[in-house]
Design a binder for this molecule. Sequence first.
Ligand SMILES: Cc1ncc(COP(=O)(O)O)c(C=O)c1O
Length: 388
Amino acid sequence: MSSGHEYDSITVEQLRASGRYKWTTYPDAIGAFIAEMDFGLAPEIAEVFTPPLDLLMGYPTPAIVDAMAEACARWQRDAYGWDVPATSIRPVGDVLIAMRAAIDHFSAPGSKIILPTPAYMPFLKIPPMHDREIVEVPMLVEDGRYVFDMEGLDRAFADGGGMLILCNPHNPTGRVHTREELLAVSEIVERHGGRVFSDEIHAPLVFAPHRHVPYASISAVTAAHTVTATSASKAWNLPGLKAAQVILTNEADAAVWATPVVTRNELLASNPGIIANTAAYDRARDWLADTHAYLERNRALLKRLLDELIPGIGYEPGEGTYIAWLDARPLGIEESPADFFREHAGVALTDGTACGAVGEGFLRFILATPAPIIEQAVRRMADALARR
Ligand SMILES: Cc1ncc(COP(=O)(O)O)c(C=O)c1O
């Protein structure tokens, strides 16, 4: 199943030798559980790490912070047609720090956090750390696609919900919400005077014909009730460098962000991360296009392999992200399916229950790996099922 791409020749042994989390946490298993890519670093970003290195070791300077904001603004405009001024874009250590700041400073104490589920695992853990109760609103499945339960969202706001956590493109289901869906959400939020934290970290990884629509870009209403966070860290694989962007689309939020207690979050962004994000948005677009095409082929490959070797498993190829959301319920595995495949197939996946109660019986499989490794993983899973 070789596509002839150079990524095909990257081996498990090389990945293990890299020492990365994905390949050392379970030393005997194929790592498919954490959202890291196995494709190395774009040369245009690697150049940032050539001497002189002194600037990289310092605190963020206005010059590099402004350069990242301008690069992010250019990316938003060129990739999604969103004309957001660079002055509205601020640095932060990572997207989860942005989420924590948004909960603390833009949701009322005692209000509840509304979370459509299944959800990215930390989203279930963070709000309670900030004294906020979570209201899970399970998404509905229509024609195999996960969609918002609009009535459920409405009820959650009526029941004391203050801030909705939006994740678009969606981890773990791979959905890319349409403008119409987002507009319908915005009407509910606005009717209740609610807020939205919009995590758009996977936006560069959307597959045609789907298109990423930045939630805050839809209307003056969405701009006024939203705090957006994004980063080059998923699409260009830089999560260890710690830099992301908060996009503030109304004056009141920008004023709150500018207060010392909130601005301190900016100091958690690292210079290497800031400079690498800037290079990613401006100079590593060809690398992204090539990697994006590879991921698109991987998505189709996984579908073909599962249909052939594990036809019982449910898989709708995602509209975006490099995350596959597999419905293992029809396989009739009695224990946690992730434990089963780790133990009997040597494939480390995320158990769907980590994404909320509705994830029971599901698995998260990270597709950002060489195609031969996907094939090896699926064959091992099929063999383990056959040996039961
Ligand atoms: C939807 C989503 N948000 C946030 C993150 C974490 O991003 P960061 O490392 O910038 O906090 C991830 C990582 O996989 C993610 O999938």
